[in-house]
Design a protein around this ligand. Structure first.
Ligand code: NAP
Length: 561
């Protein structure tokens, strides 16, 4: 019985690498890989070996016969993809694993990776496989994970499993964690460059894009970055108060983040209570009055930015009604795609939402303004203007969330392209726009390199490209070796309370223990101070022994005579 890939697919293509008959496409070197929502197994070519299922980091691959409910639809989707993309499964040019030639006379590379999210995780994994580099993984929070911890929705545990794979690299003897270290505050870009052979910046795109309409700064108008951070217990968002005492919320944008937010707002709190959702958010969601979320797309229904898989996850929410607002369906209801059988209704926004929980998808409706002057004192009114030229519609609401994409932030000392929100680069090598030259030893990976697109697994191929550039530079002798990492770590410790592997493990264990008691995967700390307080006595003892460790590290890293 052949296998099929289900929408949990993270696109990291681990399955492609292990398939003995090359029956999983698109592969990373095929053009469709850049735009595909997920990968597909050709049931006609699959030999039922199960290697793909074993390799999948998110448990998205199953024998067709075992698929039940909405997942059964994806057995058909796998087959249909091959009807639309016929392939003979011929192997493309072989790509051999790259590695840095060994040289006993050369001191190992010292590489700093800034950010501890998925792009950094894949970068570190590639570096460990391909080089003898000693790696320092730096993050400004005392916990690793980046978007895996603070971005992936709490009710998507399968996606979070990728993080379990990364926890192995944190324990690797050539990796040293330096968490609770903020580049730009505790250590500068120049200091990192002076103390390492190479630095890979993989700190993501954490700022929100603006609508630039009047009223955007109203109290109940929030950015998706805030809401996602809030329900995921990001310490920066713990003190955010989100007023959920409104029957209708409006989410602007139709991407996967917008769907995540809508799902969390409309979820049964008892279901969420089984996840690692923030306790602060859970308490607010338990008393929430929100029962309708209106998702606003500025363009036609055919441009909906969410993926079919994520929409299927929304449809699986028990008791949730999903409808399309007839207004804005310029060319009528969609005949194909995930929205094809969603009921189309007329909606009177001046009436309260009906009983029960409902998601309304409304397209062709760019936001014109957010107006605070509604007749309800606790609410904000959103004016939306239809693109069809009809009169404007006003949607009364007490909560507006703009989920219109993320953008990168500039890091002092590193070039930045303001309009694209990324660090300018060539295949991962940071480029100085003033001179057009690439900066020796400076690299980027992930969203700060390519912009905020693609799921977690997309970063695997992206990180490989950056590491290949780094390998070429190292092989050409362009990267200095002989850097003194002990001095660097001493410098960090003199400036901040550095969280190392042992403390990060202790924080992780404490969160998991708290979760066990409540039948949850973990209960996340919501404040940095709580994280830093875990295991502090041992850490203080270790700090005292730090000088000895540093001396030993120095001795061990000297080249043998
Ligand atoms: P996104 O997919 O780029 O969607 C952005 C949405 O905002 C689009 O609907 C876009 O509409 C709209 N938009 C942009 N500017 C607007 C404006 N001025 N007014 C109104 N609407 C505007 O971004 P995202 O949802 O933040 O997701 C980022 C990436 O993370 C995506 O690649 C996504 O797939 C990925 N992600 C994946 C998962 C998952 O796989 N489970 C979960 C979360 C995120 P236009 O098309 O008209 O520009």
């Amino acid at each position: 019985m052949p296998f099929a890939i289900t929408p949990t697919c993270c696109n990291d293509a681990s399955c492609v690498s292990v398939c003995p008959v090359n029956c999983i496409h698109p592969t990373p070197d095929e053009p469709e890989f850049g735009t595909t929502e997920m990968l597909y197994v050709d049931p006609a070519a699959c030999i039922d070996c199960g290697a793909c299922a074993d390799a999948c980091p998110v448990d998205a691959v199953f024998p067709i016969e075992s698929l039940r409910g909405p997942d059964a639809e994806f057995a058909v989707a796998n087959r249909l993809w091959y009807e639309e993309h016929p392939t003979d499964h011929a192997w493309s040019e072989p790509e051999f694993p790259r590695s840095l030639p060994g040289d006993p006379a050369r001191e190992p590379l010292r590489v700093a990776v800034v950010g501890a999210g998925p792009a950094a995780g894949y970068t570190v994994r590639h570096l460990l496989h391909a080089t003898d580099a000693r790696i320092t993984l730096i993050d400004r929070l005392p916990v690793p994970g980046g978007l895996l911890r603070s971005g992936v929705a709490p009710d998507h545990p399968a996606t979070k499993q990728i993080g379990e794979g990364f926890s192995e690299i944190y324990r690797h003897p050539r990796v040293r964690l330096a968490l609770n270290v903020e580049v730009g505050r505790d250590v500068s870009v120049a200091e990192l460059a002076e103390t390492h052979s190479a630095v890979v910046y993989a700190f993501g795109a954490s700022a929100d894009r603006q609508l630039r309409v009047p009223g955007e700064q109203l109290a109940n108008s929030l950015a998706a970055t805030d809401v996602v951070g809030w329900y995921n217990a990001h310490p920066d968002r713990t003190d955010l108060t989100i007023d959920l005492q409104t029957e209708r919320a409006v989410v602007v944008g139709t991407g996967n983040v917008a769907l995540d937010i809508a799902r969390v707002l409309l979820a049964d709190p008892d279901e969420l209570a089984r996840t690692d959702v923030s306790d602060v958010a859970l308490a607010a969601l338990r008393t929430s009055q929100v029962r309708e979320v209106v998702l606003l797309g500025r363009r036609d229904v055919s441009t909906a930015a969410f993926t079919a898989g994520e929409f299927a996850a929304l449809r699986a929410v028990p008791g949730l009604e999903i409808v399309l607002d007839r207004t804005g369906l310029v060319d009528g209801p969609p005949a194909t795609g995930p929205l094809r059988d969603v009921p189309v209704v007329d909606i009177a926004y001046d009436s309260p939402p009906p009983a029960g929980r409902r998601l309304v998808l409304r397209f062709g409706s760019p936001v014109d303004a957010l107006d605070g002057g509604s007749d309800r004192s606790d609410s904000t009114a959103v004016s939306v203007v239809r693109t069809t030229g009809n009169a404007a519609t006003t949607i009364p609401t007490g909560l507006v969330i703009r989920s219109i994409g993320y953008t990168g932030r500039a890091l002092p000392g590193l070039p930045f392209d303001e309009s694209a929100g990324v660090v300018p680069n060539e295949l991962g090598r940071v480029r100085d726009p003033a001179t057009g030259a690439t900066l020796p030893g400076a690299y980027v990976a992930g969203w700060i390199k390519r912009g905020p697109s693609g799921g977690i697994g997309t970063n695997r191929a992206d990180a490989a490209e950056t590491v290949h550039a780094l390998l070429d530079d190292a092989a050409a002798g362009r990267l200095p070796t002989g850097r003194d990492s002990a001095a660097f770590h001493r410098l960090l410790r003199s400036r901040t309370d550095v969280v190392d592997q042992a403390r990060a493990r202790a924080i992780d264990a404490a969160e998991r223990r708290a979760g066990e008691a409540a039948g949850r995967p973990r209960v996340k700390f919501v404040r940095v101070e709580q994280m830093l307080a875990v295991d502090r006595p041992k850490a203080v003892a270790r700090a005292a022994a730090g000088a000895v460790t540093d001396r030993l590290t120095g001795l061990l890293s000297r080249p043998s005579a």
